[in-house]
Design a protein around this ligand. Structure first.
Ligand code: MF3
Ligand code: CO
Ligand code: CO
Length: 253
């Protein structure tokens, strides 16, 4: 059930992969503004990864055609970058970037707000980031995996946003997707499963202004809200240490 448990020497590698993902975000961030296409963001990522000896974990994964996922407004996850999708004032967009570097994967996603974003959309983006950070803060050896979802619910519910149930966080390391599954809502089945030192996984809550119900576009990937409501997501790759948690997908100082 806890497949993704790694040794301290692997944590060094995971830290390096996560650092590279964070630096790639820094590289693309100045470009993410009104007028750029999501296809162009994809090319910038490809260029950065290549220049740094890494590769996209997404490209070719189950036939996925691009290097990153770019999910705009009502898209919950897995939006496919395209030269036809041009970011405009008021959009919110998630860029989800998973890279493999020296055999280890780092997976993170961030929201970007384009120009003047409506107050409720800003609240959605901020609440989602707060939920991720709150969930990270409770991670430590001995803590049940169910505490993650419980913590996210406690942050999100007072704002009246819904939590997507169709997509989960995941173990990660030498492969992009591994056990355990990480639920972003409370599920008592995970009360008995406790975090252990060496466990490596993502937390990646998706929250919505309306219903969490989702539908998949004819492209077979793009998941969007059925009611057209906005969706936001933030993600980090984390490792459980002897006494707490380390965020891999932040820059090393
Ligand atoms: N980065 C995504 C995640 O958080 C996975 C992307 S799936 C792909 O798990 F098909 F786009 F590669
Ligand atoms: Co991801
Ligand atoms: Co992930």
């Amino acid at each position: 059930m806890l497949a993704s448990v790694y040794a301290p020497k692997d944590f060094k590698r995971l830290r390096a992969s996560g650092d590279l993902v964070a630096r790639c975000f820094d590289f693309i961030t100045p470009h993410i503004k009104a007028g750029i296409s999501t296809g162009e963001i994809d090319r910038l990522v490809a260029e950065f990864l290549k220049a740094n000896g890494a590769r996209s974990s997404d490209l070719g994964y189950m036939g996925y055609p691009k290097n990153i996922c770019t999910s705009v407004n009502d898209v919950i996850v897995h939006g496919i970058p395209s030269d036809d999708v041009i970011l405009k004032d008021g959009d919110i967009v998630n860029v989800d970037l998973t890279a493999e570097y020296k055999g280890f994967h780092g997976d993170a996603s961030r929201m970007f707000m384009i120009g003047n974003v409506a107050p409720r959309a800003r609240e959605l983006v901020q609440t989602c980031q707060d939920a991720l950070n709150a969930a990270i803060s409770i991670c430590a050896p001995g803590v049940p995996l169910s505490e993650i979802g419980k913590t996210i619910e406690a942050v999100v519910k007072p704002h009246g946003f819904s939590i997507s149930r169709d997509f989960v966080g995941h173990g990660i390391g030498k492969v992009m997707h591994d056990d355990p599954q990480i639920y972003h809502f409370y599920d008592r089945r995970w009360d008995k499963v406790k975090m252990v030192p060496g466990l490596v996984f993502t937390i990646e809550p998706m929250i919505n202004t309306g219903s969490p119900e989702c539908k998949i576009d004819p492209d077979g990937w793009t998941a969007r809200t059925v009611d057209g409501g906005l969706s936001a997501q933030w993600e980090h790759t984390l490792g459980i240490t002897e006494d707490g948690v380390i965020i891999f997908t932040e820059k090393m100082v």
